[in-house]
Design a protein around this ligand. Structure first.
Ligand code: NAD
Length: 338
């Protein structure tokens, strides 16, 4: 990169917004704070939003949200609204890309947010970390509309789907044929309230539960369930979009991809090491397995928010070249944000 390009990035960082300011949204603001290539200028939660084209102060945003329950209370920049996303999109004309750290409850919510962006006439980059295959299928059906609207939408760009799916796509290159991709995750969080949507969406994968049922559970009901399981959620054969993403990327059929794991909601230590195992046959006929294991010290938030902004940067580079539509984490390399 030339000296001029470096100066340009420092003087003109990518202006980004975060929609949803819960566990992941707040972590995303922390991830962005020391970056020079990206500047947080907009953020929204269910009850309000804040916008400042010169940059939002991360500490003030987090303190205000935690003490008063909404960014709408932020002094001078906050606005209370029950239509926070719609109002922010219209007002925040300097935002080049958004990380959608929103719950996908109901399972059609993210697609409805994408539709809102299309209808508003806004052009830019959207990145999500949604998890269900059926949720990505809804976005796939909107591919042409997104393209026509001038939106570059990067989907499934968290940890799984996201980082681990991309690792599988990379590891697959050693093989002539892919036999299986097995993702096993371990998540440890100190308390479930810090990630309510994540935990509700995980509960929806348990036998006997649905997205609707998990969404309608009261906090007391979630706590009662976690009391019965000692705070652990054991998940097997989940409906996880890593499968459709690897299929679209031409790596293997979705039936060869399995996802499961354990979430401990009472201990920040991971109950097991998150990993993806990619088994295949080489051109010489050897069967082998590549394993990519995440460091145990890395949190869910680090493994979701880092990749999300890496894909946001990659998406901005596509968008600036006039490339719009829908892309998954298995098709595009994330770019490291400085
Ligand atoms: P959370 O419950 O902690 O926070 C959700 C936030 O969204 C809150 O600030 C809430 O006010 C806001 N919100 C809800 N409805 C809104 C609306 N209509 N308009 C504006 N804001 C609204 O959520 P979380 O635990 O941080 O999870 C966010 C998402 O990330 C979930 O869908 C989860 O499944 C996903 N996730 C993905 C991965 C991955 O690896 N792909 C990992 C973890 C979580």
């Amino acid at each position: 990169m030339s000296a001029d390009q470096v100066t340009d990035i420092i003087n003109n960082p990518i202006r980004v917004g975060i929609l949803g300011f819960g566990g992941l949204g707040q972590a995303a603001a922390r991830v962005l704070a020391p970056k020079s290539e990206m500047l947080l200028v907009a953020a929204a939660d269910q009850k309000g939003y804040a916008y400042n084209p010169a940059g939002l102060n991360r500490d003030r945003c987090v303190t205000t949200y935690q003490s008063q329950g909404s960014l709408g209370y932020l002094e001078s920049e906050g606005i209370l609204s029950d239509r926070s996303i719609a109002e922010l999109i219209t007002k925040a004309d300097k935002v080049e890309g958004y990380f959608l750290a929103l719950p996908n409850l109901p399972n059609t919510f993210m697609a409805s947010v994408a539709q809102q962006f299309i209808n508003s006439g806004w052009r830019g980059v959207l990145v999500d970390a949604i998890k269900r295959t059926s949720a990505i299928e809804q976005l796939l059906a909107m591919k042409n509309e997104l393209q026509a609207a001038g939106i570059t939408y990067m989907t499934g760009c968290g940890a799984t789907p996201g980082l681990l799916t991309a690792a599988a796509a990379l590891a697959a290159q050693s093989y002539a044929e892919i036999h299986s991709v097995k993702i096993t995750f371990g998540v440890g969080i100190a308390n479930w309230e810090a990630y309510r949507a994540t935990i509700r969406e995980d509960i929806a994968h348990l036998p006997g539960y649905t997205v609707e049922k998990a969404q309608s559970m009261t906090d007391a009901e979630v706590e009662a369930l976690l009391d019965r399981t000692d705070g652990l959620l054991k998940l097997e054969n989940m409906e996880h979009a890593d499968d459709i993403m690897l299929e679209i990327a031409g790596i293997c059929g979705r039936d060869r991809v399995t996802v499961g794991g354990i979430v401990d909601t009472r201990n920040p230590k991971k109950p097991l090491s998150t990993n993806v195992q990619i088994t295949g046959r080489t051109f010489e006929g050897k069967i082998s397995t590549h394993t990519f294991t995440l460091g145990d010290e890395t949190s869910m938030a680090a493994n979701v928010c880092g990749p999300a902004f890496g894909y946001l940067k990659a998406g901005v580079n596509l968008h600036r070249r006039g490339i719009y539509g829908l892309f998954t984490a298995a098709e595009i390399m994330p770019q490291f944000v400085k």
